[in-house]
Write a protein that binds this ligand. Structure first.
Ligand code: FE2
Length: 295
């Protein structure tokens, strides 16, 4: 059985208030207080981001969920057989994450995962303080995460063999022109048990914040354009201009978060039918746009 979706993320930050303002005013999420920091809500789930006060500025963990207890138990059995160290979370911690139970582990490149099951909802509506019309979530989870993966092949094998992901696309990006001196950077785009083009992607390079980027999807181009306006007005670093990816057809821009990693804010991602899908090998990143500014 495969992981159903990316349920939530946990971030550590030295500046919770910067995240509150960024979350509400730029991303358009609903913030609420939490004993360790804040939660950010984007749909029926009481939270999708847990932002914790810390002396570190880092992406802490991605919360992946199985659809039910039976799938979870089979998943854990496989992980144990493969020799993956699992650290069970307490009932209190599971309650805090709004899942029934979860374990902690790391992938072969050291990315921290919380793997659980259960979906606690509170019946409160999502109302964006910035007027975003909504987020494309539900069974497709909150979006996608792109992890640094120096052990690229081993890490891909972990998601496929242990967590039931499948290949969607492979790409080699040549950021230094693609000459003989530029071996390129390998990137795997992997899907789990929902129609989102990729829920986890892996990039063969290190990043100090622990995350290359994460993606939030909105239902309209206007929601993307208005987010871009809000980001510019708030003085947020725009890491990439508007563009359209070749593999998932997402029309998006990228901006820096207070924790140093980027958020891709986009719409229009394709939702392949995995039963009839053949994985692709992309030789180009974009159909148009996405001019990067790494400054
Ligand atoms: Fe992305």
């Amino acid at each position: 059985m495969a992981i159903r979706s990316l349920a939530y993320v946990v971030l550590d930050t030295a500046d919770v208030e910067a995240w509150r303002s960024y979350g509400e005013n730029v991303l358009g999420l609903q913030a609420s207080d939490h004993p360790e920091g804040i939660r950010l809500r984007m749909d029926e789930r009481p939270f999708r981001f847990l932002v914790r006060k810390s002396d570190k500025e880092q992406f802490h963990a991605a919360g992946l969920v199985y659809p039910d207890k039976a799938a979870y138990e089979r998943g854990l059995e496989g992980l144990r057989k493969a020799g993956v160290a699992l650290e069970p979370a307490s009932a209190e911690e599971a309650k805090d994450r709004l899942v029934v139970e979860f374990v902690r582990c790391v992938d072969p490149s050291g990315n921290r995962l919380e793997i659980g099951w259960g979906r606690v909802i509170d019946g409160n509506p999502f109302v964006s303080p910035a007027g975003v019309s909504g987020f494309v979530t539900g069974e497709m989870g909150l979006g996608h995460v792109v992890f640094p993966a120096l052990k690229l092949e081993e890490t891909r094998a972990f998601y496929i063999d242990q967590l039931g992901f499948g290949d969607t696309d492979f790409m080699r990006a040549y950021l230094q022109g693609g000459g003989p001196e530029d071996p390129g950077i390998g990137m795997y785009f992997l899907h789990c048990d929902n129609p989102r083009h990729h829920t986890v992607a892996l990039g063969e390079f290190p990043v100090p914040s622990g995350l290359i980027h994460m993606m939030l999807e909105v239902p309209t181009l206007d929601d993307v354009g208005q987010a871009l306006d809000r980001a510019i007005a708030a003085g947020v670093h725009i890491s990439s201009s508007l563009g359209k990816h070749m593999n998932d057809k997402m029309v998006s821009f990228y901006m820096r978060t207070p924790s140093g990693f980027d958020i891709e804010y986009g719409f229009g991602g394709i939702q392949p039918d995995w039963k009839t899908f053949t994985p692709t090998i992309s030789v180009k990143e974009d159909e148009w746009g996405h001019r990067w500014d790494f400054g």
